[in-house]
Design a protein around this ligand. Sequence first.
Ligand code: GLY
Length: 375
Amino acid sequence: MQIVIIGAGVIGLATAWRTAAGGAAVTLVDPAPASGASSVAAGMLTPVSELTYGEEPLLRLGLASRDRYGAFVAELEELTGLETGYRTDGIIEVAFDSDDLRHLDDLRRFQEDLGIPAEALTGRECRRLEPMLAPGVRGGLLAPEDGSVDPRRLTPALLAACDRLGVRLVRRRAERVVVEDDAAAGVGLDDGTVIRADRVLLAAGPWSGDIGGLPPGTVPPVRPVKGQVIRLRTRAPFLRRSTRGLVRGSSVYLVPRADGEIVLGATQEELGFDTRVTAGGLWELLRDARELLPGITELEFAEVTAGLRPGSPDNAPVMGPTALPGLLVGTGHFRNGILLTPVSADILSAMLLDGPVPEVAGPFAPDRFSPEVSA
Ligand code: GLY
């Protein structure tokens, strides 16, 4: 079985690894592997914090992925000898004022209704867990089973795993899907060459809709949602675990790494394919982070970046076969790409290899956006 995967972000890379491990010959096409949102993301592994009400299927997918993470990174680290910065020290969510605290209380009740443990904390308890938090922090929640991974370590490990399993990496832009006899038969590249395939997986994030050669409506609409992120550095201990905060209704998070890096994110902006870093975006992040952690202004500045999250019309992933036989999509992971990597790789590789597909994939089929299904 010859498989071509378009897009070497975390989803494309992890799926390539798993599909090659399942016995297929895999070619991965991307002009700049792991350079999009995967290189900007902070890597929080929290199935709950990024959710809004009514997203229970996404919650179940997130929990299934978080449950897979330990084994996924253990296998990856063992195979490649590379570390991924995986941590399971929990995530604390804190509230700046009483309205923010009410919102967190609602979130806790929502979690409890769904059977997910979340420990309510007073302001003092928050500061006992994270001593750098401001004295005014009103209270919070601890999600003890959440954690983080470093996407900038995860993607090199995934690239190395792909290499070990013989995945061919083609550093070119895929221009079109080759269609023969009303089925996908390969991928045409920007240098005019064609790679033939039995199946093609389109995992090009927000660029997934740009591929040529397809009948209209084959790929569900995916839009770019910009996120600006700041990287800071500290030599002294600053945060023990990932910390999210609500500050006058706006959300901010800080993810610490063992080497002293602290990732502060992220804006959420609907501006098309715009990756400019703006003064206003950075100001908002620093303003809110300083309310929660006044000591942040002492930290060394390291980097600012902006990435584009792929958002589908319902902000949930789109994974599965399209109306064109032989063409599958794996995109739309929006704010949850790093969290959802292990389960998405299991789902997409099973679909590519005709294996048993995990049940949690059910609600994320691409045809939910086709007129007959949504009517
Ligand atoms: N999951 C974090 C973000 O999208 O900003």
